[in-house]
Ligand binder design. Structure first.
Ligand code: DP6
Length: 332
């Protein structure tokens, strides 16, 4: 068996129907299904090489010219390599180098794109040829939302009852609907509690049970709005879902307040722009950044509005993205 150096590029994704809460924390089985879109402009590239000349596993994250060594991150990467080595019956250490095209500390979660890229690069480097479904399952065990960064475009993650049936698949390719996701990078204030830790206490919120009762209905409605490319139906649903998840977060014990003052200011602006006839809608994950969704035809107008709201505000503009890909442009 020949082990080759492999490199994968994976997109981050943003959920329309969110994943918040697990029924199995070890293998990351979610309480509910979710729907997301890959982001064309938030990418992680990862190169993996298994070789006798590696004494131990090493993981380096390149941030511009610097190498960021994060022990907690390295531990998670090694655990994931172990899963892949077990499947491939491989006993070699790996060198792993990874790079994000979005700045560290911008509040863009890199775990989805990171684990999707690592899964695909490491399994290819280990000589495995896994199906999209198998890759999605494996990525899920690294970080739940990573399973949605494997397939192309607009994606549904089936909740499933056991590991083999909890995976993501493409609902529509990235070319299905020319949407935009403008991520507004809001300053993070206060200590950040990550999603893994945060969702452990989801059931301490009195709103969690009702949230789960209504979620399958919402999944069906979002899928239908996506199919019809109906921006108003789609937009109203993703906003309703965002506020619903954040209501759970804010009423957990201990409570999680991910929004900052600027997050609320932006929400209010968006509601006002809509009253003036502009079809723009928001969604927010476990942080203060606001993702604005609108159709390509409104891009210029939304950018103009944002600049007159706050000229200093940094942003990343995304289109619907493809799924994970192998490339021969290695990082080392
Ligand atoms: C709020 O996938 O980061 O972004 O499975 O514990 O690694 P782990 O959690 P993670 O959670 C993402 C939560 C979310 C909503 C979503 O992306 O669906």
């Amino acid at each position: 068996m020949k082990y080759s150096k492999s490199t994968a590029i994976a997109p981050a994704n943003i959920a329309f129907i969110k994943y918040w809460g697990k029924k199995d924390e070890v293998i990351r089985l979610p309480l509910n299904a979710s729907i997301s879109m890959n982001l064309s402009n938030c990418l992680t590239t990862t190169t993996v090489e298994f070789s006798k000349s590696n004494k131990t596993d090493t993981f380096a994250l390149l941030d511009g010219k610097n190498i960021v060594n994060d022990n907690k991150e390295t531990e998670k990467v090694i655990k994931h390599l172990d899963r892949i080595r077990k499947i491939a019956k491989l006993d070699l250490s790996a060198k792993v180098v990874s790079k994000n095209n979005f700045p560290k500390g911008a509040g863009i979660a890199s775990s989805a794109s990171g684990f999707a890229a690592l899964t695909v690069a490491a399994s290819s480097a280990a000589g495995l040829s896994l199906s999209e479904k198998e890759l999605s399952i494996l990525a899920r065990i690294g970080s739940g939302s990573a399973c949605r960064s494997i397939p192309d475009g607009f994606v549904e993650w089936r909740a499933g009852e056991k590991s083999e049936d909890s995976f993501a698949y493409s609902l529509y390719p990235n070319t299905h609907w020319d949407l935009r996701d403008l991520i507004l990078l809001v300053q993070n204030t206060g200590k950040k509690i990550g999603s893994t830790k945060g969702m452990e206490n989801a059931f301490s919120s009195p709103f969690m049970e009702p949230r789960l009762q209504g979620i399958n209905n919402k999944i069906t409605k979002v899928a239908a709005a996506l199919q019809r490319k109906n921006i108003q139906q789609f937009g109203n649903l993703i906003e309703e879902e965002t506020v619903n998840m954040h209501a759970v977060m804010m009423t957990q014990n201990p409570p999680l307040f991910y929004w900052s003052g600027e997050t609320i200011e932006i929400i209010k602006e968006v509601v006002m722009w809509r009253a003036e006839g502009l079809d723009v809608y928001f969604t927010i994950d476990a942080g203060p950044n606001v993702h604005l969704f609108f159709e390509a035809k409104d891009e210029e107008e939304v950018l103009r509005k944002i600049k007159s709201f706050n000229r200093e505000l940094k942003y990343i503009l995304n289109k619907p993205g493809e799924g994970v890909k192998l490339t021969d442009k290695h990082l080392f």
